[in-house]
Ligand binder design. Sequence first.
Ligand SMILES: O=C(O)[C@@H](CO)OP(=O)(O)O
Ligand SMILES: [Mg+2]
Length: 399
Amino acid sequence: MTLITNVTLRRVLDSRGNPTVEADVTTESGGFGRAAAPSGASTGEHEAIELPPSEAIANARDLAVPRLEGEVYAGDQRSVDAALHAADGTDNFSEIGANSAVAISMAAAKAGADVLGAPLYQHLGGTFRGDRFPTPLGNVVGGGEHAEEATNIQEFLSAPVGAPSVTEAVFANAEVHAEISSILEERGVPVNKGDEGAWAPPIGDDKAFEVVAEATDRISDERGFEISFGLDMAAAEMYDGEEYVYEGEPNRSTQEQIDYVVEMVEEYDLAYVEDPLDENDFEAFAELTERVGDQTLICGDDLYVTNVERLQEGIDLGSSNSILIKPNQIGTLTDAVDAIELGSRNGIESVVSHRSGETEDTTIAHLAVGAAAPYIKTGTVAGERTAKLNELIRIEENA
Ligand SMILES: O=C(O)[C@@H](CO)OP(=O)(O)O
Ligand SMILES: [Mg+2]
């Protein structure tokens, strides 16, 4: 019933107005799935390769589609993803493009769920899933590669860790976002927005810490549950090979960067710190995790690129206690789920994540619930972000 009969690929727009790959998968019994690839700006050096969409589409039509149509069952996700790997033949999807691969992988999963008549999270995770929901980490202030003339730190993330439900958490993050705009207005700071809908004010990181702490405290008091905050430092973008380069303040050596993060974790009781150090510095990550890993999540994004081999290295060295999971970073849902599972077997908490360039696609909301990931990072406001957040609300209502 789930035999794939048709795969159609096209270019559509992403949230930055750039073209991206969308895939439609149809099965023998009329099952249908559609999904589109997101796209990063602060991409990791070791990520699977995103090709220009026209090229990715042409190559996937030549190499992958013939291995799928009439050959593979959409309900068997591992076979779909193995066929994509076989069609590509490289270890980083540089032939068909990780953008074509991930769009087809996610569309096939949706077509499989459609035939089974099950919600996607249940098709991915099994019938006993749907009882655990991720805490949404919401980008509320940011800069780095996501906005000009704003903070050095790429993302300040509201973390409603005490919320009684994912629905309450989603609304709390939106309130923190709104509160920050009021605080910035009170201080006479102009409020621009970055790629993910976070405020991108022209202030230093020290001021941003204050503003976000004030906003999360206020909303936490109003709501009556704990709202902490965290960071994505995207430090590989700051590292010049010797030092971490900060605009408007002195650069930091690796040791100074570690000390700075420790200080911020302690001062602001941070719940989460992503990519605090360079993407190749497993050892510095390990030192930081050793120092504050019992107080906060130290998460590897560019460090691991959702790759089980890199994650295994991090596990062996004690580099982190958390991993960011981005399906397009590795190319298929199977690879993403394998990374989540390797993590959970080793006490590494998964954060399923969007990219800065997104579409209306909601697959990651289902992936987070289906894989019982403890966190999801998918923005706070903006349609391509709320698409996922609203889907979480619907899943929670129906689960
Ligand atoms: O660094 C990140 O975690 C992401 C998403 O917030 O950004 P980008 O998609 O630009 O890599
Ligand atoms: Mg990141």
